[in-house]
Design a protein around this ligand. Structure first.
Ligand SMILES: [Cu+2]
Length: 488
């Protein structure tokens, strides 16, 4: 005890020497007063990252960040009122250099309803700035800090109830570059996970309020990258080229979950664990704590789609924690034979979102057509039902009954809806063929999706035609007994 105290005193008196492999921490971070003209920080919206500072001296950097409370899609046809730093979830990316003096201006838009503040984990000082930045709607605050430590830091709102402000999307990342900058790479992107709590269940349509009890229970409805389901999917996938080194600045806003950050079909060449200075090499999955970060880097060897997931897989496939990197360029058969397996892996998440989105908005405005249902149903059938009933609905002898020209299906449509919702087991005869197997309940589908799929089936492969409305599915859901273990 005594020894330690003496050592600490000595250390404080003489300042710790920088040991090899050690950057000296905050004690090495004061490079003197800011030099040159003040610089206005470039802020970017996710998934973009501001360019490197390319500076070899400490400067005064001015950051202007505006809080906006805005309603946006959290999922298709599902609206949520997000509280944001800069209009996006996660908030604007901030990039400075170690030793910089940051003059921070926090503005709270006059249309907002709540007061907010900011706690930047890059700040050395009370509340990380929270104590000096409490800002009412229509007001602004200013405080200044010196970025003493290099690293990738989370910032977030810290206004009570803090968990609620964070759950509504109030977080982002600030990168404090080491004096020499980070090694150059071809592409840098900003990906941040968060968990969300809505009163309605996953993908339940309409405007969804925040559910405090689910948040307290740490039982999220959505787990998302960049604030909405599909923020990094389809045409919003992160682009790359074969031969690129890609760097992801990964954050986790939480408020509750730890992320098991993984990219399917990639190995991280480097991971700066927890957003710190040193990197680990050859990593498959890295843990990103709530309120923490990681910098991951990988080299793209082959073309194709790499899927970003939280490897706690129900979050990926049933709560939205999916993203994509699309790499273009020549095949390299020596590294990978080239067969695409994405759709088998992704199931219904691999569907082209466009027809499903069109049907969702038509459904919301009460103008859903047969054509739209068939198109959406086709997309959803592939990857959901096709894995068993096959893509032409022909089934598989002795194992999966056919949906094409199925007499059993045509005989009772309500029964068919019930089978999709609740599953089926036991003997069944379809077109004179006997089957005796198990179909699990398709719990992941909402009523619209079930209606679209069955409408597609009815209008395909020589089936009699017809249309099933989402309301009909809702009715069957309400009047049939859900099997034990089926999701609500
Ligand atoms: Cu806030």
């Amino acid at each position: 005890m005594k020894c330690t105290a003496v050592f600490l005193l000595l250390a404080a008196a003489f300042a710790l020497p920088v040991v090899h492999g050690d950057t000296g921490g905050s004690a090495a971070g004061d490079f003197g007063p800011p030099q040159g003209e003040p610089i206005k920080a470039i802020l970017t919206s996710p998934p973009l990252v501001p360019p490197p500072t390319h500076r070899n001296y400490p400067a005064k950097v001015i950051v202007d960040l505006e809080v906006r409370e805005i309603e946006k899609d959290i999922s298709e046809g599902v609206k949520y009122t997000f509280w944001t730093f800069g209009g996006t979830v996660p908030g604007s990316f901030i990039r400075v250099r170690q030793g910089d003096t940051v003059e921070f201006h926090l503005k709270n838009h006059p249309d907002d309803k709540m007061p907010h503040n900011i706690d930047l984990h890059a700040v050395t000082g009370p509340g990380g700035g929270a104590a000096s930045s409490f800002t009412a709607p229509g007001h602004q605050s200013q405080f200044t800090f010196k970025a003493l430590n290099a690293g990738l830091y989370v910032y977030h709102c810290a206004t009570a109830p803090v968990g609620m402000h964070v759950a509504n999307g109030m977080y982002g990342l600030i990168l404090v570059e080491p004096p020499g900058g980070l090694p150059e790479v071809n592409r840098e992107y900003y990906v941040m996970q968060g968990d969300f709590y809505t009163v309605g269940k996953y993908r339940e349509k309409g405007t969804q309020p925040f559910d405090m009890q689910k948040a307290i229970d740490e039982n999220p409805t959505y787990v998302l990258f960049n604030g909405s389901e599909g923020a990094l999917l389809g045409d919003k996938a992160l682009p790359a080229k074969v031969g690129d080194t890609v760097r992801l600045y990964v954050g986790n806003g939480g408020p509750n979950l730890t992320s098991n950050f993984h990219v399917i079909g990639e190995i991280f060449d480097k991971v700066y664990t927890e957003g710190g200075t040193h990197y680990q090499e050859n990593v498959q999955t890295t843990m990103v704590p709530a309120g923490g970060s990681a910098i991951v880097e990988f080299h793209m060897e082959v073309p194709g789609t790499s899927i970003i997931v939280d490897h706690a897989l129900f979050r990926a496939f049933n709560k939205g924690a999916l993203g994509m990197i699309k790499t273009e360029g020549p095949e390299n058969k020596a590294v990978y034979s080239g067969k695409e397996v994405d759709s088998a892996y992704l199931g219904d998440k691999a569907v082209s979102a466009a027809p499903v989105a069109a049907a969702a908005s038509a459904s919301a405005s009460g103008a859903l057509t047969l054509r739209q249902q068939v198109d959406a149903g086709r997309a959803l059938f592939n990857g959901t039902c096709s894995v068993c009933h096959q893509s032409g609905g022909e089934g598989l002898a002795n194992v999966f009954p056919p949906l094409a020209k199925s007499d059993f299906l045509a005989a009772d449509l309500n029964r068919a809806i019930g089978i999709v919702l609740n599953g089926r087991s036991g003997a069944v005869t379809v077109n004179g063929q006997d089957f005796n197997s198990v179909m699990p309940p398709m719990s992941q589908l909402n009523d619209d999706e079930v209606a679209h799929i069955l409408t597609f089936v009815l209008n395909s492969w020589g089936n009699p035609g017809g249309q099933i409305s989402p309301e009909k599915v809702t009715e069957v859901r309400a009047t049939t007994v859900r099997p034990k273990g089926a999701a609500r």
